[in-house]
Design a protein around this ligand. Sequence first.
Ligand code: ADP
Ligand code: ZN
Ligand code: ZN
Length: 653
Amino acid sequence: MSRFFIKVFVPGPFFEPLTYSSDKPIEAGLRVKAPLGSREIIGISAGEAIEPQDLSTIKSILEVLDDAPVINPSHHALIRFASDYYLAPPGDLLLSSLPTSIRKGKPLPPAKTEQGQSQPPNYPLTDEQQNAIDCVNQASDDFQCFLLQGVTGSGKTQVFSELIRKTLERGKQVLLLVPEIGLTGQMVTRIQQQLTGTLAVSHSGLADGARAKAFIAASQGKADVLIGTRSALLTPMPNLGLILVDEEHDGAYKNQEGCRYSARDLAIVRAQQMTIPVVLSSATPSLESWHQAELGKYIRLRLSSRPGQQPSPTIRLIDARHDKPKDGLSDASRRAIRDAIDHQQQALVFLNRRGYSPVLMCTDCGWIPGCRHCDAKPTLHRHPNVLWCHHCDHRQQSITVCPECSGLNLLAVGLGTERLEEALATTFPETPIIRVDRDTTARRRAFEQLIQPVIDGDPCILVGTQMLAKGHDFKNLSTVIVIDADQGLSGADFRSVEHFSQLLTQVSGRAGRHGARGQVLIQTHRPDSEWFDRILKQNYDELAAAIMAERQQFQWPPDTYLALISARASTAEAVFTALGDVAHAIRALNSPVRLLGPAPAPMERRNRQYHGQLLILGKRPLLQWVLKETGPWAYKKRGKVMFQLDVDPWDLW
Ligand code: ADP
Ligand code: ZN
Ligand code: ZN
C-alpha cells in the first residue's frame, strides 16, 4: 500500500503544520481528524509533505471530513502572514477563526444568504463621493490602500454601496468589516436596500449555526457580500475583489484574546496578497492610518461636508465649575434636552460608565469597598443590586452596613448610566428614556430592539455608553450631551487623547444629521484645555497633526513600532524576575530597540494576579527579529508566570 505524507494545521503551540501519514493524498483545506498526544483533534490539511526522516513517530490521519476544501489556498497565505507577524501558532489562528461547529468537525451546514433589494438611492452622489468611487474603481486590479476620510454624516456608507455595486458587476466578492455587533444591523439594512446581489452576515453575537451558514456562503462564493465584525476578516472568500473597513480607528478591530491580531491591519495585508484595493473609512482615522496618508502611502479620499448642505453640529463646552451638574446634568444641558423634546426630536446623553455609581462610600468612616481580586473599586449596580468589578467580573451582593464601623450611611458617589437614567426619568417623566449599555444589550438582538424606536424617529432620550457613539444614523436626533469629558483627557495611556478625541467627534457626529442643525454640549471641569480648542474647531487634521508631533517628540507609534510583553503571576516578585530575565535576553542581543520596564501594569493586581509589563519600541524588522529571537511567546510560561505578547497593542492595559 502506498503511503502519503500530509501537513496538518492543528491546535496548540505548533509553529509549523505537523506531518501525518495517509493512504491517499489529502488536498489542502480539507478538515481531517487525527491523533495528537492522547487526544483526537480536528485539523486542516496544508497539502502534501515531504517524507520525514524519522517515520517511527508519524501517526496516520483517522478520517477526512470534507469532499471539497473548507479553506482555500489564498487563505493559507493570510494565516501564514498573521502567524509570523503576531508570533502566534497558525493552527490556533486558523481553527479559532472557524465557527464552532465547523471547528469541531460537524458536517458543513448549507450556505445561507439574503437577497439585496436593488433599490438605487433617490439622490445623486456628490462630486466628492463620485471622485472617491472613481479613484477606487481605477485601482480595481491593483493593491492600493485608500483612506476615506469624511466628516461624520458625509455619506461614506453611500460610497461603500456604490463601490460594492461596481465590484459585483465585475463578478467579484466584497468583504465589509464593521467594528461592533450593534452597527452591523443598520449597516446591513442600508447596504441590502441598494444591493443587487446576495449578502451574508457574520458576527459573534449570532448563534453559531447562523455564523456557520454565513461562513459557508462566503467561502463557497455564494455570498457576493460578507458584512461582519473582526472575526469575519478571517473568512475565506475565493473571489474577493474589494475590502472595506468601516470606522477603521475603532479598537474593536483588535483581538484582545488569543492571537492579538488587528483585523484592520490584516485587511490591508489580505488586499495586498490578493492584489485588490482596500478602503479604510473614518471621520477620525487612527493616527497610524492618518500618518500613512500623510506620507502618501495610502491615498486619501476626502468627504469634507455633509451632503445637501446639512451643516455640522455646533459644539459648546459647559463649564461644570460654574454651571454645576445636578444628578449629572448642568442647567444648560437640561434646557437643551427640554428644547429637543419640545421640538419632537431626540436627545442623546452620553456617559461612558455603566452601572449605578462607580463608588460606594461609608459617610461615617470613609470606608470604600475594593474588589477582592483587583486594585479596582467595584461599581454599584442597582438592577440587580450588586457590587460588580468591571475588571474581573466578580460580583457580590451590595451592602447596607459598613463592615468597618457598622454605620448605615452608605452613599453612592458618582454617576453611571443606570443612575443617569433614573435622574432623567424624574426630570422628564413624560418622555421615553432608552438606556443602551452592555447591561441592557446583553441578550441577543436586544440592541436592535432597544434602538428600533430611535431609528423610527420617536421623540425620546437616549442614555448610553460608547456603544451609541459609533456610526449610527438616527435621523431625528438633534442634541448630544457629553456628561463627563474630563476622564478621557487625564488617561495615562499614550493614546488617551487620540481615543478621547475620536470618541468625542464620533458622539458629536450623531447630532443633527438630517433636518435641523445639531447641537452638542460637553460638560467639563477643564474647558481651557488646549485639546478642547482643537476638538471644537472640528478640524481633525489639525488635531491629528498635533498628536503626531507629540508622538514624534517622544518616539511613540506611529513614529515607531511597539510590542508589549505582559506577565502575570500570584506575586510581584515572580513577575519582575521573569520580566527581568526577558529584558536581559533582549539587551544581550545588542540591537537598537528601546526597552521600557519591567514595570507594573496600570492596574497591578487584577483578577487575583499581579500584572507587570515590558515595552519594546523600534523599527519594524528589528522589533520582529528581537521578538523572534527571544520567543516563542505563545503559551510561554516560566514557572507560574504566564506571558502574553501583543504586537502593536491598542492600549497598554
Ligand atoms: P457617514 O457614513 O459618512 O456617517 P452616511 O453614509 O450615513 O454618512 O450618510 C449620512 C446621510 O446622508 C444618510 O442618511 C445618507 O442617506 C445621506 N446621503 C448620503 N449621500 C448623499 C447624497 N449624495 N445626497 C443626499 N443625501 C445623502
Ligand atoms: Zn463606616
Ligand atoms: Zn476585580
